[in-house]
Design a protein around this ligand. Structure first.
Ligand code: GLC
Length: 591
């Protein structure tokens, strides 16, 4: 049998025909007047690395205020701020010592109010981070617990247990910390004798609270009200799947890593699972849902559609959707999407599974590609296994292909922003920033680096201060040029001022995408897969009358006749405008 290659004309005819023939409707359009968070593009500000007004090399709230015009111009609907509360900063602020105050590193409560008012005046909503799984070991409650006796009410706010073995010398169970090492630390009792152990799923300085204790529940409802009264529009809830532990704290043969490393390199499954979750008696216990029901009621007392977004590393997606049932949280980060490899069938199955799982509970689907905990997608997608998820990259590791990574990152972003639902952006991705993969190990601050015995480089490489001006000291991050992590030389090429007004820059691509997304109503739109578009390595769907095509295959593909290109992830010359090259996404519409 011989096979002849189809001519370009035949190929075009085939794809045009397929548009009317085979289609799979996955999601129908929503109500454009529904709550804002159902369709919002939300930009994550990592305060210590966004903009520094004080000159100490660490970003701060006045720095954020000074850069709000950039976010307004970018076209985002909201910002989410990682923690800026009082903290000894052992985990970059995810170790909170006082939930009702701003750390002097970042400014004051007045600075927060000024920032919030300015953001609101620009039409940008503000979501703050809530860290309820653990406090800092410097929180007044934990100090009181250390000073109090075993069995006291002070200790009952945390997870204190007697050790096992002779003299209680062994930890109460075999759990490990997400950052490496044991999840238990033994205290010295006030009388100087070796004492009980406390649980910390993260660093030693982050003792886990006991959420079966009504006092803990009451305290956090008050913390919610404190910030709601100040006018925040919502909360991103840290480790939302970890707050309640299985009764009896049974031993667990697996690791407590939030991501299931065993899935590394898989290309997805029918239910969309990619390894963005792990099981175990510390994760996804039924009791967490009761907490979110009570928080839902607190938020509902306030005007203006305030929202809760879950950081829950839970799979499958149908299990994650239980966090966003109508009386619980409003959104959950879609980490299954984030951890999907650059592979068309895998992306298709995760998109379908995400929409189906969330539609089943009436919640919006979210999309996210980068945040402060993962290697930036411009670098992940330039790895040998594109989209794989190392826990940090060091100078001695295989390096990502920077150019290829950025090309794919732009295609992935335009695919994401073409999907219905809400999307999260991480600061600097609008500049196309890569991960800093050659950071000096001595500079690293992520506890993962030392707790893993220097085997996991951790997250500092995605947290490097932003480049605003290519010629300024510290690339314009701070007036003194100080930066808490050294920026790589390459960042000068990505600085905001270098891209400003440059057609085809990553910045221009993001601005146009956000403007069109809003104008075309893609957030509340629909999703219909177009089958047999020509090639299984091509993702093609319609959202309303917009055709989104991402080509992950080696060959350029043709758009059907009669379509005009609205936007593309790379500049397409006028003559090639009807074709979609490798690693490119195009938005098109019938002429
Ligand atoms: C979340 C945060 C991460 C932090 C951890 C412990 O995963 O995103 O940065 O280290 O919780 O609070």
């Amino acid at each position: 049998m011989t096979t002849s290659l189809p001519s370009a004309a035949a190929e075009t005819a085939a794809t045009a025909a397929s548009l009317t023939e085979a289609r799979t409707v996955v999601h129908t359009a929503g109500d454009p007047a529904a709550e804002w968070w159902r369709t919002a593009v939300i930009y994550q500000v990592y305060p210590r690395s966004f903009a520094d007004a004080s000159g100490d090399g660490i970003g701060d709230l006045p720095g954020i205020t000074s850069r709000l015009p950039h976010l307004e111009r970018l076209g985002v609907d909201a910002v989410w701020l990682s923690p800026f509360y009082r903290s000894p900063q052992h985990d970059a602020g995810y170790d909170v010592a006082d939930y009702r105050d701003v750390d002097p590193l970042f400014g004051t409560l007045d600075d927060f109010d000024v920032m919030l008012a300015d953001a609101h005046a620009r039409g940008i909503r503000v979501i703050v981070d809530l860290v309820p799984n653990h406090t800092s070991s410097e929180h007044a409650w934990f100090r009181a617990a250390l000073a109090a006796a075993p069995g006291s009410p002070e200790r009952a706010r945390y997870v204190f247990r007697d050790g096992r073995g002779p003299g209680g010398d062994e930890p109460p169970n075999n759990w490990t910390s997400v950052f490496g090492g044991t999840a238990w630390t033994r205290v010295t009792e006030p009388d100087g004798t070796p004492g009980q152990w406390y649980l910390h799923l993260f660093d030693t300085t982050q003792p886990d609270l006991d959420w079966t204790n009504p006092e803990v529940r009451d305290e956090f409802e008050q913390v919610l009200r404190f910030w709601l009264d100040r006018g925040v529009d919502g909360f991103r809830v840290d480790v939302a799947h970890g707050m309640v532990k299985e009764a009896g704290l049974p031993d667990w043969a697996g690791t407590s890593a939030m991501i299931d490393g065993a899935h590394e390199g898989t290309t997805g499954s029918e239910d969309g699972s990619t390894g963005a979750g792990n099981r175990g008696p510390m994760w996804d216990q039924e009791g967490v849902h009761d907490i979110y029901r009570s928080w839902h009621r607190v938020l509902a007392e306030y005007d203006g559609d305030r929202c809760l977004v879950a950081e829950a590393w839970v799979e499958p997606l149908s299990r994650l959707a239980r966090y966003v049932r109508p009386d619980e949280m409003h959104q959950a980060f879609n980490f299954s999407f984030l951890t999907t490899l650059w592979d068309a069938p895998a992306l298709r199955s995760v998109v379908t599974a995400s929409l189906e799982a969330n539609d089943a509970v009436g919640a919006p689907t979210t999309w996210v590609l980068s945040n402060h905990d993962v290697v930036r997608h411009a670098s992940r997608l330039g790895l040998e296994v594109p989209g794989s998820k190392p826990n940090g990259i060091g100078a001695g590791d295989p390096q990502p292909d920077e150019e290829l990574g950025l090309r794919r990152a732009r295609a992935a972003t335009l695919l994401m922003l073409g999907l219905p639902g809400s999307a999260y952006l991480y600061q600097g991705e609008e500049l196309g920033l890569p991960e800093h993969t050659a950071l000096d190990d001595d500079e690293r601050e992520d506890p993962t680096w030392w707790r893993s015995g220097h085997t996991e480089r951790g997250r500092d490489g995605c947290r490097v201060p932003l480049p605003w001006a290519s010629d300024a000291p510290g690339l314009g991050f701070s007036p003194t040029g100080a930066t808490w992590l050294t920026q790589p030389e390459s960042f000068a090429r990505y600085a905001l001022d270098v891209q400003e007004g440059v057609e085809g820059s990553t910045l221009a691509m993001y601005r146009t995408a956000l403007r069109l997304r809003r104008e075309l109503g893609l957030g509340h739109g629909s999703l219909t897969w177009l089958e047999r578009f020509g090639n299984p390595e091509v993702l093609a769907f319609e959202n309303g009358d917009v055709l989104v095509v991402t080509n992950l295959g080696a060959e350029t593909v043709a758009l059907p006749d009669g379509y005009e290109v609205l936007h593309a992830s790379v500049p397409l010359g006028a003559e090639s405008g009807a074709r979609v090259p490798t690693d490119v996404t195009v938005w098109a519409r019938r002429r």
